[in-house]
Design a protein. Structure first.
Length: 508
């Protein structure tokens, strides 16, 4: 039974969830959480304070011991808003690596929203109508609109509870002028999305994370009569809550049922975000869900482990849509790219014994084939370098930063240049991937050669590995494919260098 561990390094708290995959389902075996307020100093000075780093690393070391004791086969650690903003984030990452051996990923707001959505959708039965998912953390607020389990639009706003508290609230309880400035700032950020969300007529609204949990608990205790069901906050209840909680000082908030001592410090700012969202978007209210980023990370790890799962199929659909949208945005010739991809995947499947690439490389090769020409959007001169930059730095839905870099490296060397260990495109990869990528590059170069005339003259490719050579037969359209055969044979020397075998063409 494979075991996975997800660690969420947030702006307000650090969380751990460990789960085993049993008969295709995740079973939680351990959870842990601690408030470390990484974002507090970042939102004030732009730097993570040494004290916050030390406390967070101490917590992560505890998490590391728990993951080791549970026998976790894979651990994923992600950091969100505070580390995205911090000027000294690299120091934090290095400290964590030294203490635990983990290499945290600083994910974008869009990737954060995607994973939260995946976590909720993977474990919640939702209706067919449009769903608005709201995740308000310490540093940011992600709004996601989805239908039938597929994300339709998403935005990450700088409306985290810790961030807003640091920027707008200095008094306890806050003064009217402070609250007015807070409300104006929130309205400016949410107002840009007002019409887009209102016109969809949201039939379901789900809120995640600590602030939503506290508001749901408050609503249950303070406004029982107006509650339609447990863990649901109506718009009218939200209006009463915001009026009541804004008048209380810290000690009074801490004494309120449902609000923890640390949440009480930041709940006023977070509550104002929710109050604005339900009013501005004309929502009936929101349901609280305990699911979130860690659940999405676990679902992603299960999908990567077994693509046949529902989460695996959903992620593949998201990635395909993201690739197509990005490629079309940069003017790629999709007919050409699709044919090259088909040839590349045919080569991948027929030559498994030769290239010995892990199964996941089939997906990376497929993505590189679709994206290989996007660099021409900037300039045909140096287009392969431009393609690398675009792929590595674009927000392609469903792919992590590391995955985009890997795909970009495969697409980078389809022209005259060949990869060198000293190239930055390879140096940023893991040692394992630095060994694997040249083999995927070779497969993509061959697929491109087989569509050299851009007329899809080669219908397919048949490859047969022998002791010291690989023989290729090229089924073609009427008229043949002399140009493509010539282009393929030009790759003979590099093919031998990468695979240690000769490349030969079968007689027609």
């Amino acid at each position: 039974m494979p075991t996975f561990a997800a660690v969420d390094v947030g702006s307000n708290s650090v969380r751990l969830k460990i789960a085993k995959l049993v008969h295709g389902r995740l079973q939680t075996v351990h959870e842990d959480r601690e408030v470390t307020r990484l974002g507090e100093s970042v939102f004030r000075s732009g730097m993570v304070a040494p004290e916050a780093i030390g406390q967070t690393v101490k917590v992560l070391s505890r998490f590391h011991r728990a993951a080791t004791a549970a026998g976790a086969d894979r651990v994923r650690v992600v950091a969100t808003s505070a580390l995205r903003d911090a000027r000294n984030s690299s120091s934090f990452l290095e400290w964590v690596r030294s203490a635990t051996g983990w290499r945290p990923e600083i994910i974008t707001g869009i990737e954060e929203g995607r994973l939260i959505h995946l976590g909720v959708i993977s474990h919640t039965r939702v209706g067919a109508g449009p769903l608005l998912l709201v995740d308000l953390g310490g540093g940011s607020c992600e709004l996601t609109v989805s239908e039938e389990g597929q994300v339709r639009s998403m935005v990450s706003l700088p409306l985290g509870a810790v961030r807003l508290t640091e920027e707008f609230i200095q008094n306890d309880p806050p003064k009217k002028k402070e609250l007015e400035r807070l409300r104006q700032f929130i309205a400016e950020e949410t107002g840009r999305w007002e019409q887009r969300i209102r016109r969809r007529g949201m039939s379901q609204v789900i809120a995640t994370s600590g602030t939503a949990a506290a508001l749901a608990a408050l609503a249950e205790h303070v406004t029982k009569a107006s509650q339609r069901k447990r863990n649901y906050v109506t718009r009218s209840a939200m209006a009463k809550l915001i009026s009541d909680i804004s008048k209380k000082n810290l000690a009074q908030r801490q004494a309120t049922p449902g609000v923890g001592p640390r949440r009480a410090e930041i709940i006023i700012a977070g509550a104002h975000v929710y109050a604005d969202i339900v009013e501005r978007f004309e929502l009936p209210g929101f349901a609280y869900s305990p699911l979130g980023l860690r659940d999405g990370m676990l679902a992603q790890m299960v999908a990567d482990f077994d693509r046949r799962t529902a989460a695996g199929r959903r992620i593949e659909e998201e990635r395909e849509a993201g690739l197509m949208e990005t490629a079309k945005h940069y003017g790629a010739d999709m007919r050409y790219a699709e044919h090259v991809r088909g040839l590349a995947l045919s080569l991948f499947r027929q030559l498994k014994a030769v290239h010995q690439l892990p199964p996941e490389y089939e997906g990376w090769l497929s993505a590189a084939a679709i994206m290989q020409e996007v660099g021409s959007f900037i300039n045909r001169s140096g287009r392969h370098r431009h393609a690398y930059y675009i792929i590595a730095n674009s927000e392609i839905f469903g792919f992590t930063t590391e995955q985009r870099r890997l795909i970009a490296a495969i697409a980078r060397y389809v022209g005259k240049s060949r990869p060198s260990p000293q190239d930055r495109a390879l140096r940023v990869l893991t040692p394992r991937d630095r060994q694997m990528v040249p083999r995927a590059i070779m497969l993509l170069r061959m697929a491109r050669a087989l569509n050299q005339g851009r007329k899809n003259a080669v219908l397919d490719v048949v490859a047969k590995a022998k002791d010291s050579a690989v023989e290729f037969r090229l089924p073609t359209k009427r008229g043949g494919a002399e140009l493509e055969a010539w282009s393929l044979l030009k790759e003979k020397n590099y093919f031998r260098e990468v695979f240690g075998r000769d490349l030969a063409l079968a007689d027609s």
